[in-house]
Design a protein around this ligand. Structure first.
Ligand code: TYD
Length: 219
């Protein structure tokens, strides 16, 4: 299905995606710092979450005691969190002309809920389209890592433990990764695929280079 964004907004909407442990959070922060330093208005946010209501939905989604959550409940909760986030934060910032950087968005639902949990892609896509009024990113940085490296990085974070999604099997995470790669292949005009198995500096350099080129080309 073709991606189509409404054209009313004036800002630029950038998302970061990738398997768990890809290093998105570091890279999105670095890009936000550089964009801000170049004098442009920039807002950094994340999913699930980004607003008080969305953060409450996030807590439920990542709670490892919610084992019995049905796949469609999970997908609808991600869409609900996204609806509030777009309504309260992302769309107003775009309408005000900001560059919005969001850590995960619709592609994550396609990879983690549709492909990963076996829900029909069209449902998951439709729920997010309805939730966001058809707001698609202008550019997406997809940082790809294999399962082992992703796991090592998560372990190295020293966090309290794995959340409900991170705890899923290797086969699940491999399916997620393959789906992200497929999304990149199907949307070459939007998705910039980055090899996340390089150094942090090399990845940051490639993202900055692509961003400068994209921004200039957009005019
Ligand atoms: P988070 O701690 O933010 O992980 P990460 O830094 O790797 O993004 O938790 C977000 C988790 O939610 C992550 O495992 C991916 C998952 N997720 C989905 O399954 N579907 C979605 O639509 C989104 C936005 C995230």
């Amino acid at each position: 299905m073709q991606e189509k964004t409404d054209m009313r907004r004036t800002g630029i909407f950038i998302t970061f995606e990738g398997p768990d442990g890809a290093g998105k959070t570091t890279q999105i922060r670095l890009l936000a710092e550089k964009i801000s330093a170049s004098g442009k208005s920039c807002m950094l946010t994340r999913e699930p979450g980004g607003t008080a209501i969305s953060d409450r939905i996030r807590a439920l989604l990542l709670d490892s005691s919610c084992e019995e959550m049905a796949p469609s409940t999970e997908a609808l909760l991600y869409a609900a969190s996204r609806a509030q986030h777009v309504h309260e934060k992302i769309r107003p910032a775009l309408d005000a002309g900001s560059i919005v950087l969001c850590d995960r968005y619709i592609d994550a639902s396609i990879a983690y809920q549709a492909a990963g949990l076996g829900l029909p892609v069209e449902w998951v896509r439709r729920w997010s389209i309805e939730a966001t009024g058809g707001l698609w990113p202008d550019r997406t940085y997809l940082i790809d890592v294999d399962f082992e490296i992703g796991q090592e990085r998560i372990a190295g974070r020293g966090a309290a433990g794995l959340d409900r999604i991170e705890q899923r099997s290797r086969a699940y995470h491999q399916q997620v990764r393959e789906t992200f790669l497929q999304i990149a292949k199907e949307n070459p005009e939007r998705v910039c695929l980055i090899n996340g198995m390089q150094s942090m500096e090399d990845i940051a350099f490639q993202i900055w280079d692509d961003w400068c080129f994209y921004y200039l080309k957009r005019g």
